[in-house]
Ligand binder design. Sequence first.
Ligand code: ATP
Length: 237
Amino acid sequence: MPLLEVEDLRVAYGKIEAVKGISFTVEAGQVVTLIGTNGAGKTTTLRTLSGLLKPLAGKITFDGEVINDIGAHKIVAKGIAHSPEGRRIFPRLTITENLQLGAFLRKDAAGIQEDIERAYTLFPILGERRSQAAGTLSGGEQQMLAMGRALMSRPKLLMLDEPSMGLSPIMMQKIMETITELKSQGTTILLVEQNAQAALSLADHGHVMEIGTIALSGTGQELMHDESVRKAYLGED
Ligand code: ATP
């Protein structure tokens, strides 16, 4: 049984249907990526999986339970963490405080402390600056903090929305290396990216979204070598 199963999911903003019946699965331990241009419905899909938007139709099953209607808090408790587009860190709070907020549902102080230290091992720069306001971090460092914060709920599924957005090539590479490292530790990841090359090179499976539908699916390698994907998303003629 897959960890996450999305069946014929439809999501609308008023009369505008942004997601028009998509289906895909994520197996435990896999990295699955949704790629596609602006407005394809990738962010809408993640926000629906997080319980921030209600589906119009379809079924979302996570860890054996239908979670269509259970609400964002309970979805975090079930084990889905979301690092949102644009990061949404709290700039006036310190780095440590931002990480603590990611553990808001947990009561095990020792475990929380352990996981904060683990985040500092994963991202040493955050550890060095742990007492500084998060707003002083660079864009890439804020992305690290957003990922670290999402991991603080000890999720079964980590959802990352455009982690490479706005980053320098070096920072982007660092973020992608971190995703690879998390994968090697067994973390299950649903990755939304506009940078198709980077996402496909580390994903087990990928889905190309186009105006609310999944136009093409395959392994990361298959999609990377698919001619239409190469033309549309990898900048080749
Ligand atoms: P991006 O990378 O720009 O976030 P995306 O693939 O994640 O693109 P979505 O943000 O999910 O796409 O948007 C899908 C469609 O839904 C777009 O046509 C967008 O204009 C529309 N949309 C998104 N948010 C809203 C909203 N709050 N109200 C109305 N329409 C919206």
